[in-house]
Design a protein around this ligand. Structure first.
Ligand code: UDP
Ligand code: MG
Length: 240
């Protein structure tokens, strides 16, 4: 069984001046069962003060910049390429997901049971902010469509919280094509293909969710939902 010593936490950032310092502090303080923590901050060409805020962390954390805004998927791909941890975890730069729950995400991997863990907003008993009905229905529809083609029984494909062992991440990140929010269905399709060959064990754990409104800075929209449908079809049926 591989030994886990270090975790890389990759944070994609686009115009997150309101929450950036807070989320970095929360990630720095989060319990990760004593693993060494590598924090990778990827500035996806923010137009607000995010860049200035990041300057304060120079020398402390890994900071990467995009010259143009490319999207969450592209920012993650940049971050993954620089990650050196035995486990790689994704953290959005808003405060929708709580780093205090890393221990729950990490446990199945550290116990040697899982290679990938998804944090589900739709299972478990953690607190959930009550927000957009049509948005949650859209999420469930996308998870259902993805499940039909991957034959996985996930409850939240679109979740930000996904943790991977380095072995799995090294196999998938060089292939990633989706620049924007198509990342989630693409990565799910790619790990499902490994799972079909018995090369990847996927677990899910309930997480809490403090969703934000569009006024509070949420960026994903209807257009991204349509893109997700296309990505589910493309990466499950049309691509290797
Ligand atoms: N993000 C990014 N580039 C973009 C759009 C978003 O790096 O062009 C980042 C954003 O800063 C956040 C994460 O991707 O950390 C998810 O974005 P958002 O919270 O708007 O999406 P949602 O929570 O709706 O999935
Ligand atoms: Mg978010």
């Amino acid at each position: 069984m591989p030994e886990f010593k270090k975790i890389s936490i990759v944070i994609p950032i686009y115009n997150e001046e309101k929450t950036l310092a807070k989320i970095i502090a929360a990630v720095e303080n989060a319990d990760v069962f004593g693993l060494e923590k590598e924090i990778i901050l990827v500035n996806d060409c923010s137009k607000d003060k995010s860049k200035e805020i990041l300057e304060k962390y120079a020398g402390k954390h890994k900071i990467l910049h995009h010259k143009i805004n490319k999207g969450k998927g592209a920012a993650l791909k940049t971050g993954f390429a620089g990650a050196t941890g035995d486990i790689v975890l994704i953290q959005d730069a808003d405060l929708e997901y709580d780093p205090n729950e890393y221990i729950n995400l990490l446990k199945p991997i550290l116990d040697g049971k899982a290679d990938v863990v998804f944090g589900s907003r739709f299972s478990g008993s953690g607190a959930h902010r009550v927000l957009y009905f049509w948005h949650s229905l859209g999420n469930k529809f996308l998870t259902g469509l993805s499940n039909m083609l991957t034959n996985l029984n996930l409850t939240d494909m679109e979740t930000c919280y996904k943790a991977f062992t380095k072995e799995i991440m090294d196999q998938i990140h060089p292939k990633l094509e989706s620049k924007r929010f198509g990342f989630e269905p693409e990565v799910t399709a790619r790990i499902a293909k490994l799972a079909k060959k018995d090369e990847c064990r996927i677990y899910e754990i309930g997480i809490s969710y403090s969703g934000r409104t569009y006024k509070e800075g949420k960026k994903i929209g209807l257009k991204d939902g349509f893109e997700a449908v296309w990505c589910i079809i493309k990466f499950n049926l049309l691509k290797k």
